[in-house]
Design a protein around this ligand. Structure first.
Ligand SMILES: CC(C)(COP(=O)(O)OP(=O)(O)OC[C@H]1O[C@@H](n2cnc3c(N)ncnc32)[C@H](O)[C@@H]1OP(=O)(O)O)[C@@H](O)C(=O)NCCC(=O)NCCS
Length: 172
């Protein structure tokens, strides 16, 4: 479990990150309905929790789940399939805390890249991703419904450690 106070001075100290369990599913589905016009249902979360390739992480404050991420692994790549924070908790650094944790998890699993799609109009999420090192690499036309909207496809790659390049010699 991660103590939020280690990660960001802006996040309330009582926030804890931990892997989700099946007991969290009703609350995850509730937050999902509040966050998205096309929400995943409880069955989708239960299925993710059964899957060996998915990591569902929740942020908990005083015993209440207030945010979550879903990271899905496919071969050596990852997809940030979902991230949401309870509406009344947004703007306090919790989204960044959750995203940093998901990217740390991806690095620990040695992924070569993490991909995601985001609604073009979702300024808060796009800002969060861009400042975490994601870059826009494409667009999926009318990817979203209710309302119809393009998705921006983004990619994050783990920073290359100096020790990884040292043996490669001079490149230019
Ligand atoms: C996206 C989301 C998870 C961000 O969570 P959060 O806890 O509010 O994020 P943070 O407080 O960590 O803020 C992250 C950054 O976004 C910025 N931000 C917040 N709202 C913003 C807005 N409306 N426009 C632009 N930037 C915004 C913050 O200023 C912060 O940037 P900074 O550190 O450079 O100041 C949250 O808004 C959310 O749950 N939205 C609904 C679900 C969703 O859209 N998920 C993404 C699906 S792709």
């Amino acid at each position: 479990m991660t103590s939020a106070s280690q990660a960001s001075p802006d996040v309330p100290h009582a926030i804890q990150l931990r892997p989700a369990t099946v007991d969290d599913v009703p609350r995850l589905a509730q937050l999902e309905r509040e966050a998205f016009p096309d929400p995943w249902d409880a069955a989708a979360f239960r299925s993710l929790l059964r899957g060996a390739a998915s990591r569902v992480t929740v942020a908990e404050a005083d015993g209440l789940v207030v945010g979550y991420t879903v990271l899905v692994r496919a071969a050596d790549e990852g997809e940030l399939a979902n991230i949401a924070v309870a509406a009344e908790r947004r703007g306090c650094g919790l989204g960044r805390l959750l995203l940093d944790d998901a990217l740390a998890l991806a690095r620990a699993e040695a992924v070569s890249a993490v991909y995601l799609e985001v609604r073009e109009s979702n300024a808060a999420a796009r800002h969060l991703y861009e400042t975490a090192g994601f870059e826009a690499i494409g667009r999926r036309r009318r990817y979203y419904r209710a309302p119809d909207e393009d998705a921006v496809l983004m990619r994050w790659r783990p920073p290359v450690a100096v020790s990884d390049t040292a043996a490669g010699g001079v490149r230019s």
